[in-house]
Design a protein around this ligand. Structure first.
Ligand code: GUN
Length: 290
């Protein structure tokens, strides 16, 4: 029997509704949750992500303060803007869309954000708190993956989870979060240095692909009945599309769906969850002010 396809769009709508209700309660008390979204340059994928975030904020009854800087903007200019937003009491969250142009240090920029406004959860203080299991902003994509598993009723307790990819945004935080007591998975983190990858992935009851290589996860790497979560968002050139590209995940969807128990599509799986979890983080940042 082919896998159950996890509908990230509908689960994301439910989460966004939760954010909308909490935002309405805040507005009733005179607080309009506000996220400052900073985009440097004109990378098409980044523009599309930022537009999606701003649309979701408006739909949830929150303010998006849209700040666009030219590709030529200097690091000092960006740091001083962040300093001002840190001080601005009407701004509850600050998000700098990544990647930044090569002449700007992402590390210095992320570190300049007040951790209380770090709704991306990328600041070293947020990462440290997450590792220690303290209350903090959890990065939106990993948090979205956890929420998908929970909403779908996939058992994580005592199960074996394998994460492909060690990025700071997805793979690394997921490996930590899946091992938390309340999730209780046994986690293996695989990366480009991993030997006998298939041997490891075939043991996974939960397999999370976040390696950025289109179609890398093939059917022979899957344990029958496994939950396969595809975090990959790869743009593949496709002249037959109006946009000139199509999206492909890291998983060979057509083959893997015949063997897995659950699978997320691309698009329509993890992607919508990232924005939904961001909405919750923004509401939470604003609730601290109540
Ligand atoms: N670029 C790709 N994903 C993300 C994200 O989750 N947050 C930010 N700020 N930039 C990104």
């Amino acid at each position: 029997m082919p896998a159950i396809i996890i509908d990230g769009r509908s689960i994301a709508l439910k989460v966004r509704e939760e954010a909308r209700v909490r935002a309405a309660a805040l507005r009733g008390r005179g607080i309009i949750p506000c996220l400052a979204v900073i985009l440097v340059g004109e990378d098409p994928a980044s523009i599309s992500y930022v537009t999606g975030k701003e649309k979701a904020l408006a739909e949830a009854g929150m303010e998006g303060r849209d700040i666009r800087l030219p590709e030529s903007a200097g690091e000092g200019e960006l740091l001083s803007l962040i300093g001002k937003l840190n001080e601005d009491k009407s701004v509850h969250g600050i998000l700098v869309q990544l990647p930044l142009p090569p002449h700007i240090s992402e590390d210095r920029v992320i570190t300049a954000i007040d951790p209380a406004k770090d709704v991306d959860g990328f600041h070293p203080v947020s990462v440290g708190n997450m590792v220690l299991g303290r209350r903090c902003f959890i990065p939106c994509t990993p948090n979205g993956v956890l929420r998908l598993l929970r909403e779908t009723g996939i058992n994580t307790q005592g199960s074996r989870a394998v994460v492909l990819g060690r990025s700071a945004i997805v793979g690394k935080p997921l490996s930590i979060l899946l091992a938390r007591r309340e999730v209780n998975a046994t986690v293996t983190l695989c990366h480009t240095g991993t030997k006998n990858l298939g041997e490891i992935t075939r043991q996974a009851e939960i397999l999370i692909a976040a390696c950025g290589k289109p179609g890398m996860v093939s059917a022979d790497m899957i344990k029958p009945g496994a939950a396969v979560i595809d975090v990959g968002v790869n743009r593949i050139s496709d002249p037959s599309k109006k946009s000139g590209f199509r999206l492909a995940g890291d998983v060979d969807f057509r083959a893997v769906r015949e063997k897995a128990g659950w699978i997320t599509p691309v698009p329509g799986g993890v992607g919508p969850m990232t924005i939904a979890m961001l909405m919750l983080n923004v509401v939470e940042a604003a609730e601290v002010w109540v």
